[in-house]
Design a protein around this ligand. Sequence first.
Ligand code: SF4
Length: 231
Amino acid sequence: MRINSIYLGSEGEGIWIGTPQIFLRLQGCSLHCSNCDSKESWSFEQGEQLAPTEVVQQVLEMAQTPSGHPIKRLSITGGDPDDPRHLPDLLPLIGQLKRAGFYLHLESSGSRVEHSLFDHLDFISIDYKLPSTGVTTELATLKEMAHHYAGRFQVKSVVESEDDFATLLAVREELPVVDFPWVITPAYNRGEEFPRQRFLTIFQLNLEHGGPFRVIGQQHKWLYGADQLKV
Ligand code: SF4
């Protein structure tokens, strides 16, 4: 399988923010969101070619800590882990990691609901893409997640503008029930200084509409800046 990187860090966004875990970043994504902060993971030709057993070995080594208490939580991210090209290697990898006792989290692009993959995961974070990304997520995807994975998923949306926020409100209105965490992440793009005014505007919009979303920024970018990789 094509691997961009494997590294230890803390979850920087969403409802698990601050939780230590190992990140497994797959190499390859064909969606090409315009505000993507990991464009180096797009090519399916780059990265390191490893067998699933080699990935598991690296993860097990990385999980060890000086205290003797290993970190048994792993986030599969990308690239796009939902891309069908990753699936043949991802399924055996997930089986091995589950047998090794890992809690498995997957960062889904929202491009499709792949039950053969999602059924084996502990938690799925699914993107709902907004106009600023240039990519569309089907409303049916959210409905399918709510139907099959209640209590095991969150929806995340990167919000860059008031237009993005208005789109999100309209989408929410179309869902009969929203009983899952829906996180909005104010965009903090590569090359930018911390966009304080964008954050304040989004906090204010959310307040004015009765707080339908949880606004959670990307903690790793506050700490290391928006351009730092593997954090
Ligand atoms: S799905 Fe993720 S990795 Fe792919 S382009 Fe969009 S933000 Fe980047």
